[in-house]
Design a protein around this ligand. Structure first.
Ligand SMILES: [Cu+2]
Length: 458
């Protein structure tokens, strides 16, 4: 996929090996590589302080090595191919084979040394978003350091001072490099593993792309009109489900590197924001929510107790953000009877299809020829039929009896008898409506202002 002759590789199957030990002391550590877009199992720490590792949704954690008390990571900025969902591959820029890059996991107080090698066609740098560090390690090219030229490796050294969830992204030609998918998560675990413990801990980033139907590369100059809204550069149905054991305390850490806010909504549970990228929220300051708005450049971590079994969505509540590539100039055709017109057009264009006359649900089932490398607008199949979603949508699969570290998809929920919405098959229900008023002219029907009758006649 990419030219990486200078680096030894680890493959997806070898990621359990946490220590990159082959590189000689004093040399640059190996750059681990991941090409699978599937969620990788948590990377148990094999050295340093213990912690409960996170699971990166449709991603992975970067292995490290210990070197004289320093935790050493190696990030490689490079062009990557990312599958957004089965049926669509995109040409992005990322780190170590994927966009977003791997999650960096540390413990409060860790001394980290991060090697950053630039294999992009232009200069770059990395900003450690939310981490408090010496100014010269902040990664702002031109301001706090020279750009990392093409082909060169720079070293960042600092202490991960405060536990929480953070991000990393370029601070060089940011508009292009972030629009091309360059970003990653940083999780710093508390020194005391008993502080705010959870059973399942997920992390992912929000990003957005404008990729014209049939194209492979995002339009980097786009500002508002994105058509693919992603969790970790994946769209539903390509976003993995989050399996959760009944009764687990669950934490989800979400960072937003798009150009708009995203109100993330969960079903079946109440959650509380327990951490921001500024720090932990004191218990007395939390309140229950079902939707939390994640602003641009923010990280929010929420927690809930998974006490309600089932398949429960987690999705952005901006409805356009749960769609895949859609044309934004589609007129609303609801209620328009265009049977006669369709017949005439079909004489000229035999494949012509009329859309939207009864809503857009047809889109999720229709076998319409799409341009190559383009996903249907609404998709995903559930146990009861089409789910009619895309973009920022996934499901917590809360089940009794999962093993502690079991992240395998348990399949669809089997509802206990009598707990699923059902069709009314009894006698037709009489509908009482207000009696229609006799109105003579149609124009009077649409805009009728009724003035309050005053008492002036008395
Ligand atoms: Cu959204």
């Amino acid at each position: 996929m990419t030219n990486r002759r200078n680096f030894l590789r680890t493959t997806g199957g070898m990621l359990g090996a946490a220590v990159v030990s082959k590189a000689a002391m004093g040399a640059v550590p190996e750059a681990a590589l991941q090409t699978s877009p599937q969620t990788q199992p948590p990377l148990e720490p094999s050295n340093g302080r213990p912690y409960q590792p996170v699971v990166t949704l449709n991603g992975w954690t970067l292995p490290w090595r210990m070197n004289n008390g320093w935790k050493e990571f190696h990030l490689v900025a490079e062009p990557v191919v990312r599958e957004l969902a089965p049926g669509m591959k995109t040409h992005l820029w990322g780190y170590n084979g994927q966009s977003p890059g791997p999650t960096l996991e540390c413990v409060e107080g860790d001394k980290v040394r991060i090697f950053v090698t630039n294999k992009l066609p232009e200069a770059t740098s990395i900003h450690w978003h939310g981490i408090i560090l010496p100014n010269g390690m902040d990664g702002v090219s031109g301001l706090t350091q020279p750009h990392i030229p093409v082909g060169k490796t720079f070293v960042y050294e600092f202490v991960m001072g405060k536990s929480g969830s953070f991000m990393y992204h370029p601070h060089a030609d940011e508009m292009v490099q972030m629009a091309m998918g360059m970003m990653g998560s940083i999780v710093v675990h508390p020194k005391n593993p008993k502080f705010m413990p959870v059973d399942r801990d997920f992390v992912f980033l929000l990003s957005a792309f404008m990729i014209e139907p049939g194209a492979y590369t995002p339009k980097v100059a786009e500002m508002l009109d994105f058509n693919l809204w992603t969790f970790n550069s994946r769209v539903f149905p390509g976003i993995d489900a989050m399996p959760v054991r009944l009764g687990d305390r669950v934490r989800v850490r979400i960072g937003n590197l798009t150009m708009t806010n995203h109100p993330l909504h969960i079903h079946g549970h109440h959650m509380e924001v327990t951490c921001t990228d500024g720090g932990w929220v004191p218990k007395s300051a939390r309140w229950p929510e079902t939707t939390i708005d994640i602003g641009v450049g923010q990280v929010r971590s929420f927690e809930f107790v998974a006490d309600n079994p089932g398949d429960w969505p987690l999705h952005c509540h901006k409805s356009h953000h749960t769609m895949n590539a859609m044309g934004h100039n589609v007129p609303t055709m609801i209620g328009v009877d265009h049977r006669g017109i369709a017949e005439k057009i079909m004489k000229l264009v035999p494949d012509y299809m009329v859309m939207g006359e009864r809503g857009m649900s047809d889109m999720s089932e229709m076998e319409m020829p799409l341009p190559e490398n383009t996903l249907p607008m609404m998709t995903g199949k559930g146990p009861f039929g089409p789910i009619e979603m895309g973009g920022m949508f996934t499901v917590f699969k809360i089940r009794d009896g999962l093993a502690r570290n079991d992240y395998k998809d348990p399949g669809w929920y089997k509802h206990p008898q009598g707990t699923v919405s059902y069709e009314w098959t009894g006698a037709p229900l009489a509908t009482e409506r207000a009696p229609a008023q006799a109105v003579s002219a149609p124009k009077a029907r649409e805009f009728r202002a009724v003035k309050p009758s005053g008492h002036s006649g008395h």
